[in-house]
Design a protein around this ligand. Structure first.
Ligand SMILES: C[S@@+](CC[C@H](N)C(=O)[O-])C[C@H]1O[C@@H](n2cnc3c(N)ncnc32)[C@H](O)[C@@H]1O
Length: 206
């Protein structure tokens, strides 16, 4: 997918208004990336594919009935996927990011992009967040086991977990079945056929 194709992918799915908001956010990330490490520098030239489309593919996996439901993103970093998701959907989004400078950047984006009524930034680890969500996402943050252990208090059995994982590690899912009950399926990433997104439903501790 070229950068032009990635922009078209976003435009066709989310429309011109949302796409303009994403354009503004991408410009802020690129500018801030000169001052702090938000995304790998080598991925800046391909930011639309590697980070924007990679984030926004999760919206379809959340399902249309989840459009207005609270979404919590663990370890948002420089905004992926949670901030980009907030730019294209209506429902409330909580961004959890303990690194102070990254959280400050997210707060600045919320103010500049007029997202104050929709997005909350928690400058802390998810373990100390007290918010319940119907959708929980986390990209490149921790093992599945640590994610479930750290964020289970933010979930109910109705919560859908959307977890981009890179190359699928079936042993990791098998190991997860010992401490947790859940249903799962695996989606292939649209940005990298070798990467997977693990979708967990009806998660509860055994
Ligand atoms: C590799 S970065 C990924 C950032 C972003 N999700 C992305 O894909 O570009 C991992 C992020 O998770 C955050 N993090 C690590 N442990 C966390 C925890 N327990 N709760 C919330 N965030 C955490 C880190 O501060 C860091 O910004």
């Amino acid at each position: 997918m070229t950068e032009d194709e990635a922009r078209t992918w976003v435009l066709e799915r989310f429309g011109p208004v949302a796409t303009e908001r994403v354009v503004a956010f991408v410009a802020m990330v690129v500018e801030e990336a000169a001052h702090q490490n938000l995304i790998a520098p080598s991925t800046i030239p391909t930011i639309w594919e590697r980070h924007v489309v990679d984030s926004l593919q999760l919206v379809a996996l959340a399902g249309p009935e989840m459009h207005a439901m609270r979404w919590l993103d663990i370890g948002t970093g420089g905004g992926f996927p949670g901030m980009v998701v907030a730019l294209v959907r209506e429902g409330p989004v909580d961004l959890v990011e303990p690194r102070r400078r990254r959280a400050d950047f997210l707060e600045l984006c919320v103010a500049r992009l007029g997202l104050g009524d929709q997005v909350r930034v928690y400058p802390t680890k998810v373990e100390s967040v007290t918010a319940a969500a119907r959708i929980i996402s986390a990209r490149a943050v921790a093992s599945l086991e640590n994610l479930l252990r750290g964020a289970a208090h933010c979930a109910t059995t109705e919560t859908r977990w959307l977890l981009p994982r890179g190359r699928l590690d079936e042993a990791e899912i098998t190991a997860l079945q010992k401490p947790w009950h859940f249903m799962f399926h695996v989606e292939q990433s649209v940005t990298n056929p070798e990467s997977s997104i693990v979708v967990l439903d009806r998660v509860r501790a055994r």
